[in-house]
Design a binder for this molecule. Structure first.
Ligand code: NAD
Length: 334
């Protein structure tokens, strides 16, 4: 049988991407929902044929422990709520996918890992690009050194934040603005392609409109130094749309634009286009891959360890921007 997934939080990402993607998955299916809005519950039940006994709100959520039709809880809530719902899902004995960024900080994420370990359930982060063909291809190009050794990378993700009341602009709920929300893709794009973790970062943060960006950076530029000698320069912002990944060797180059958006990547290189067939939603492979780890008892690729690494790097980036200093990351000690 297909494993049953319950989506927690029926906002934009669940509505536009995850719900529709779950109509194409082979190893899992949309079995339940958790929402605080009764009208949304009615709408989803009708649209996706979800029985009443698989519908919860935030007060009744823990009763999901008694529901054998739900195998996986997928937390798609504002960032500040990830830890609480991952831990509650683990206590209910359910495997968990947690959206990115995994939590607000490393300490919170470690508690999530402990809770899942104690409950004997698997935990994955909603990193869909670990399964996206264009991203796998740029990683292959870099790591096979087919076009030479990557020396420099540029990665960028930003959009124009139109809603000044969004939780994404609230430091307590979003965790720190664009770097938490979008910068995480720019960090991962570089480290997944190069196949190494940065040993030092230098960063600059900017705020032009203090009425909107009260205690978070509106735009950040950051540089990462990799142990093999490669450097990356990255951008993240809430002021304008930017979405690209570029890697260059001595004479050759390859890259993606758009790159990180869920609506699809397009690739090019000094040797020709990178144009690969893709499923209708990137999350199909992501969710099926997680279901396979449960069925086969293997470890998730989009692991909690990767989520935690990204939060260590974000922490170093913000400290660098705050202090104006280059921050080293000692992976043996973190
Ligand atoms: P959203 O604001 O559209 O949805 C959030 C949902 O949480 C809403 O349904 C809202 O009602 C619910 N909610 C419950 N309690 C709330 C509270 N106290 N305050 C505010 N909302 C509350 O956000 P979204 O864009 O769907 O993002 C949700 C999560 O998914 C975030 O962690 C985000 O980073 C992640 N996300 C991931 C991707 C990806 O490609 N992997 C894309 C978009 C969003």
């Amino acid at each position: 049988r297909k494993l049953g997934i319950a989506l927690v939080g029926l906002g934009t990402y669940s509505t536009v991407q995850l719900g529709p993607a779950l109509q194409h998955t082979e190893r899992c299916r949309l079995a339940g929902i958790v929402t605080g809005t009764p009208a949304k519950a009615q709408e989803w039940m009708a649209k996706y044929n979800i029985p009443k006994e698989n519908v919860y709100n935030y007060q009744t959520f823990d009763r999901i422990a008694d529901n054998p039709n739900i195998d996986i809880v997928y937390v798609v809530l504002p960032n500040s709520m990830h830890a609480e719902y991952v831990i509650r899902a683990a206590k209910a004995g359910k495997h968990v996918i947690c959206e990115k960024p995994m939590g607000l900080n490393v300490g919170e994420c470690e508690q999530m890992v402990q809770a899942c370990k104690k409950a004997g359930v698997k935990l994955s982060v909603g990193y869909r690009l670990y399964f996206e063909p264009h991203h796998l291809e740029v990683r292959r190009l870099a790591q096979s050194q087919e076009l030479g050794t990557v020396k420099l990378m540029e990665t960028a993700l930003g959009f124009s934040m139109a809603n000044p009341n969004s939780w994404r602009l609230n430091k307590q709920m979003g965790g720190g603005g664009a770097i938490m929300d979008l910068g995480v893709y720019a960090i991962q794009g570089a480290r997944r392609t190069i196949g190494e973790d940065p040993i030092a970062v230098t960063a600059q943060g900017f705020v032009r409109d203090k009425t909107i960006f009260k205690d978070i950076y509106e735009s950040m530029f950051f540089q990462m130094e990799f142990p093999g000698g490669a450097l990356s320069n990255s951008t993240t912002t809430y002021t304008s749309y930017v979405d690209r990944l570029h890697a260059t060797t001595g004479h050759e180059w390859f890259g993606l634009q758009p790159s990180f958006n869920a609506t699809g990547a397009k690739g090019d290189s000094s040797k020709g286009k990178i144009d690969l067939a893709t499923p209708p939603f990137q999350q199909i492979r992501q969710m099926d891959a997680f279901a396979a780890t449960i069925i086969n008892n293997t470890d998730p690729v989009a692991s909690a360890a990767e989520g935690i690494k990204d939060l260590h790097i974000i922490d170093a980036i913000v400290r660098s921007a705050d202090t104006g200093r280059r921050i080293e990351i000692d992976w043996k000690r973190v």
